[in-house]
Write a protein of this length. Structure first.
Lengths: 439, 288
């Protein structure tokens, strides 16, 4: 009997092990098992990069590699397509499991999340101390996103300068041109918006309900933020924030801004001609241009500025990203590569602009001929040169480690305010939420 | 037997006069079911139609088929390694399904058929494990695989899914309806335990295996977070990872996206349709 039992056990064990062995064999058969890390710092002439858009930042990286290869024929670059949300998950996992050696040499980070990651996971980053990179060639406000305690941790790449994009044909029906919308205040914008709506039936703007994108753009345009220089939340008693929320409420109430439920609906609202414009980072022109039948009917200008707020300007930013060098990287090669291309080659920026619309933050690029070329889609205006010009005037704002928590809390507050809660009460709650998160 | 016969007679007797006016009485029921069917099928229809439309038409919620299918396909194949992703998804899902069925069916069978003192305690611990969300175990798991130098391997993708408390419970519950008399008879006839499992239990529990196969395959096919974390290199990317890539850029081509979603859904639809009847039986716990 005991012999039978042993046989049973042996058979059952075998039954459990066989599929495992089979799967292992299959894995190694297809050559996947145990290939180990991503290869950050892998070879003396190879760099690995994580980035997320094949038509934009990945394309730019590959073009940069081609330019760098002219002087460094042995140089190799490997880009792994990694969407930002997944990249953030990976950064968190690698930091918490202390596996920084699985990082690539270079990875792209959203500007708004840069300080948060450096502060929370300092072990993942290399700094640019002692490098030859001339950061003064980038707009101060953009460099500040990736600066912690006065040290640079990122090289600015794509431009998130905010623009007002408007349908000139709709404006014309209402008797206006884009000039009427340039260098104006928000109260004037509201007035014009009401008139355009009355005459054409089209709202000027759309936005995702419960999103604080527009509010934070308004805030930054006045150099204000949700945090002070010490990183403490300043959501209550924030004159700029109150003015921004007040204007947002007025825009929605007047029907000049229609709230939609999702990002896809937001894109659909201007692609399907339901609204006559939009305000966002310059990268939104990619989506605007996807409606090829609207070519020539769009124009770009700067943002309205907040009324009665000290330091208010017509310039702001939303989004944008910067290159980070990992702690495990071949640092010298990574810095030299980035410095020779993203911070040193007009030819590079001239190559990537026409095909990908990747607009430089590197100010010297704005002087080139390619940037000055008229864009037929935008009525023959040289919009790229224009936006690089705007980018130098954007006030800095402090993002800090809890920027996303702050933004989420303000988004929740906006939803409450729009459904009738008093702004002061809703913002007080938001402040408490952020303070709780920071404990 | 006579009782059954009487019951059948009653059913037949009461059913006959009802045939006159069933339509009116059932109308609200049919109307509700029709609405429910439209609501459930519409997203599938929209996915199908959108795969043939341009991005602008999808954003405009066009409900008729368009002519952009091949254009979308061209763009998708141009941007992403669809064949590779389909292959890796298929490989991961198949290996996980085969492995999980082999392990969990034996475990479930063992829990029900064999008796030992600590059995129920072990089962309770297993059930408790069902309550732990994956996010809580992800980082320790990653550390384990990184130490074993298994990051970037198919093995690391499938191993955590090979034995799940849910499947063990499913097999254990289903085994409750398995007639123990057959086991005794087989043992008396001298059949070994493994043969009893393979020759008697396995064919009898076919519907449970089918249900477990559908559930495991779908879960493995749709698995996103773990493969995304453990597969650092895109050479091994799966379909859900590919779809995530398509939505990551500043400009999303919704036609291409819907086509990728359609391609990712097809295998699970086929598997579900093939095993549909057995799946329903397996879930309701029927043993033939």
């Amino acid at each position: 009997m005991s012999a039978t039992k042993r046989t049973i056990r042996a058979w059952l064990a075998a039954a459990a092990v066989v599929p495992l062995v089979a799967s292992l064999a299959a894995c190694s058969g297809s050559g996947h098992a145990g290939t180990g890390a991503s290869g950050g710092g892998s070879g003396s002439n190879t760099l690995t990069v994580w980035a997320w858009d094949p038509n934009f930042n990945i394309y730019a990286m590959n073009e940069a590699a081609k330019i760098y290869q002219k002087d460094h024929p042995d140089f190799q670059l490997k880009v792994v397509e990694t969407p930002w949300d997944d990249l953030q998950t990976k950064l968190t996992t690698l930091a918490q499991s202390q596996q920084a050696d699985k990082l690539p040499d270079i990875f792209l980070v959203q500007n708004n999340a840069f300080q948060k990651n450096v502060i929370n996971y300092p072990d993942l980053f290399s700094d640019f101390k002692g490098s030859q990179v001339d950061f003064s060639k980038f707009p101060q406000s953009v460099v500040d996103y990736s600066k912690v305690d006065g040290v640079n941790y990122g090289m600015p790449f794509d431009n998130g300068t905010a623009i007002t994009a408007l349908r000139t044909d709709v404006l014309q029906q209402a008797g206006y041109t884009v000039k009427d919308f340039t260098d104006i205040s928000w109260s004037r914008f509201l007035e014009l918006g009401k008139d355009v709506l009355a005459k054409t039936g089209k709202p000027l703007l759309s936005g995702q309900a419960g999103s604080s994108d527009l509010i934070t753009m308004m805030l930054q345009s006045a150099g204000a933020s949700l945090f002070d220089k010490d990183g403490k939340p300043t959501i209550t008693d924030n004159a700029a924030l109150l003015a921004a929320i007040d204007m947002y409420q007025k825009l929605v109430k007047a029907g000049v801004l229609v709230e939609v439920n999702s990002w896809d609906e937001y894109i659909g609202s201007f692609v399907n001609q339901n609204v006559a414009g939009t305000i966002n980072g310059v990268w939104i022109v990619g989506s605007i241009q996807s409606a090829a039948d609207q070519s020539g009917k769009w124009a770009i200008t700067n943002l309205p500025k907040l009324d009665g707020v000290p330091g208010a300007t017509n310039y702001s930013a939303n989004g944008g990203s910067s290159w980070a060098i990992s702690a495990h990287a071949n640092r010298d090669l990574a810095i030299d590569f980035l410095n020779s291309t993203f911070a040193g080659s007009t030819q590079f920026y001239d190559t990537i602009l026409p095909k990908s619309g990747a607009l430089a933050n590197w100010t010297p690029a704005g002087d080139s001929k390619v940037y000055a070329e008229p864009q037929p889609f935008f009525g023959g205006d040289a919009i790229f040169q224009k936006v690089v010009g705007y980018s130098t005037k954007v006030p800095s704002n402090n993002t800090g480690a809890y920027y996303y928590e702050g933004r989420d809390a303000v988004s929740a507050a906006i939803t409450k305010i729009m459904s009738g809660t008093d702004p002061a009460t809703a913002l007080k709650e938001a402040q408490q939420t952020v303070e709780f998160a920071m404990k | 037997m006579t009782e059954l016969a009487t019951r059948v007679d009653t059913v037949v007797a009461t059913a006959a006069p009802r045939t006159r006016r069933p339509s009116l009485r059932r109308l609200p029921g049919y109307a509700f079911l029709t609405v429910a069917a439209v609501v459930s099928l519409f997203p599938l229809y929209f996915m199908l139609v959108s795969a043939t439309n341009t991005s602008k038409d999808v954003l405009g919620s066009r409900l008729l088929p368009g002519g952009a299918l091949f254009d979308n396909l061209g763009k998708l194949l141009d941007q992403q390694d669809v064949g590779g992703a389909l292959w890796h998804s298929f490989l991961n899902a198949t290996l996980t399904t085969v492995g999980a069925l082999a392990i969990c069916s034996i475990a479930g069978y063992g829990f029900e058929v064999f008796h030992s003192r600590g059995k129920d305690r072990v089962m309770r611990v297993l059930l408790l494990a069902m309550m732990i969300p994956f996010a809580a175990t992800m980082i320790p798991l990653f550390q384990m695989f990184a130490r074993a130098n298994l990051v970037n391997s198919t093995f690391a993708v499938i191993l955590p899914a090979l034995s799940t408390p849910f499947l063990i419970l499913l097999f254990r519950q289903a085994s409750r309806g398995f007639p123990h008399e057959i086991l005794e008879a087989a043992r008396l006839d001298g059949l070994g335990e493994l043969r009893i499992f393979a020759r008697i239990y396995l064919p009898t529990m076919r519907s449970t295996f089918a249900a477990a196969a559908v559930i495991t395959f779908m879960a493995a096919w749709n698995n996103f977070l773990w493969p995304k974390v453990i597969l650092v290199d895109n050479a091994y990317q799966t379909m859900p990872m590919l779809i995530s890539n398509l939505t990551a850029g500043y400009v999303t081509d919704y036609g291409v996206l819907m086509l990728a979603v359609l391609l990712a859904s097809l295998p699970t639809v086929v598997i579900f349709l093939v095993l549909q009847r057995a799946f329903a039986e397996g879930i309701t716990g029927a043993v033939k």
